[in-house]
Design a protein around this ligand. Structure first.
Ligand SMILES: [Zn+2]
Length: 246
């Protein structure tokens, strides 16, 4: 195999992995973002249930205050009862007390209903708090796992970039530029195999004479359709070859 071609094939294999790892790292924030949705929803639910609880509690306290006010007023009225001599005024007085007491009983019933509603609401708040805690734990776990993945990918990338500069040292400037140009314009694939007379990059058929030439792996041949550099995969090449054979 041509030395330059061999280097290019190795470079492409390395770059494909580098690109994949870089994408993984780049996608992590949006991945975390999408994983946060259930947590944020649990947070919103808890907030809504908390404000519902507070509303119920506030209404209950208002009713309790009204009960106290009614009781005070009824007490005051009752202390005056014996002072009233006029019959008509006396009847009206008793009627007022009775009205107050009836309103108080109604309010006390309302307080009881409120307490039931508050208890049910507190149960729902507790459930939502538990659900939020669960989501929080799940999210923390996932984040930790992703952080680890990023660290590993970054370490791997560092090593691969060292390997890469060792590889590119063997290429002349023009070939490297050509490679980088195709890599940038063809979605990260500049060097591709020919399989069954088809370019692995653009899936177009390659003419038979060219396929024969490519199969020799002796020089840089471009796909007439997509300009990618073509090669024929040789069983024992890639892994074992040290790039010095030809
Ligand atoms: Zn092609």
């Amino acid at each position: 195999v041509n030395e330059t071609l061999d280097l290019l094939i190795k470079l492409q294999k390395l770059d494909s992995i580098i690109i994949k790892h870089s994408k993984t790292i780049k996608n992590i924030p949006s991945k975390i973002n999408s994983m946060e949705t259930p947590f944020k929803e649990a947070e919103a639910t808890l907030e809504r249930l908390n404000s519902n609880f507070e509303n119920l509690d506030k209404k209950k306290r208002e009713k309790e205050n009204s009960v106290n006010e009614n009781n005070d007023r009824a007490e005051k009225l009752k202390t005056r009862t014996n002072d009233i001599k006029d019959n008509k005024a006396y009847t009206a007085h008793l009627k007022e007390i009775d009205g107050l007491e009836r309103s108080t009983r109604k309010l006390e019933d309302d307080v009881l209903y409120s307490m039931e509603a508050i208890e049910a609401s507190a149960g729902r708040v507790k459930e939502a708090e538990d659900a939020l805690k669960t989501e929080e734990g799940r999210l923390e776990g996932l984040k930790k796992k992703l952080d680890l993945e990023v660290d590993e990918a970054k370490d791997g990338l560092r090593n691969m970039k060292e390997d890469r500069s060792a590889l590119t040292k063997g290429l002349d400037e023009d070939t490297f530029k050509l490679y980088m140009d195709i890599l940038a314009n063809k979605g990260g694939s500049a060097v591709v195999k020919v399989e069954d007379s088809v370019c692995d990059g653009c899936n177009e058929n390659i003419m038979p004479q060219l396929v024969v030439e490519i199969a020799k792996n002796e020089k840089i041949i471009h796909c007439p359709q997509c300009r990618r550099i073509l090669y024929q995969e040789v069983e024992e090449t890639s892994e074992v070859s040290d790039g010095t054979q030809d």
